[in-house]
Design a protein. Structure first.
Length: 171
């Protein structure tokens, strides 16, 4: 079984992903540690302020629409709320035919990109997120990777290393 444990401390966050079996000790397959000075952002009552929380939280998107919006707004792998808000009225004023010709918009998705932009703006606003990083993988890649591992070696499927590409990526 693969489990993840996140330790959010007053000065650092630490994520460890491990394979665990009944037969033996756990095996760490990924470990990340980052500075997160939450203690500096706490008030006298011990409440963590919004700036400290924002430092800790990083938003990641896997949707094709978010990827298109990032390209459309010139984000190079990042969708920025400010750029999205600037682009939204222009998208709304265009026909589907004109949206289909935009760089980064697949012609068969031109009718979806405006709705996606409206949803993305609302979600980012509600979550208080100024930018969202694009992740090259989605849930279906995880399912396919797990299924492939099970087909190749059913007895070790639990110990497969599906997240190796994620550890190599510079987030």
């Amino acid at each position: 079984m693969r489990i993840g444990v996140m330790d959010i401390g007053s000065n650092t966050t630490h994520l460890t992903v491990s394979d665990v079996t009944r037969e033996g000790p756990f095996h760490a397959v990924a470990s990340e540690k980052h500075d997160a000075p939450l203690a500096e952002g706490t008030d006298d009552d011990g409440v963590i302020g919004p700036a400290a929380v924002k430092e800790l939280v990083r938003a990641v998107a896997t949707s094709k629409t978010f990827h298109e919006l990032a390209k459309l707004t010139g984000g190079h792998g990042v969708l920025k709320l400010k750029r999205l808000r600037k682009r939204l009225p222009k998208l709304a004023a265009m026909s589907n035919r004109k949206r289909a010709k935009l760089k980064g918009v697949a012609p068969d998705r031109a009718d979806e990109v405006l709705a996606g932009a409206i949803v993305a703006e609302a979600v980012m606003t509600d979550l208080g997120v100024d930018e969202v990083e694009m992740c090259p993988w989605a849930i279906r890649e995880g399912i396919l990777s797990r299924r492939r591992q099970m087909m190749l070696s059913p007895e070790t499927a639990e110990a497969g290393d599906e997240i190796a590409p994620l550890r190599q990526r510079k987030w």
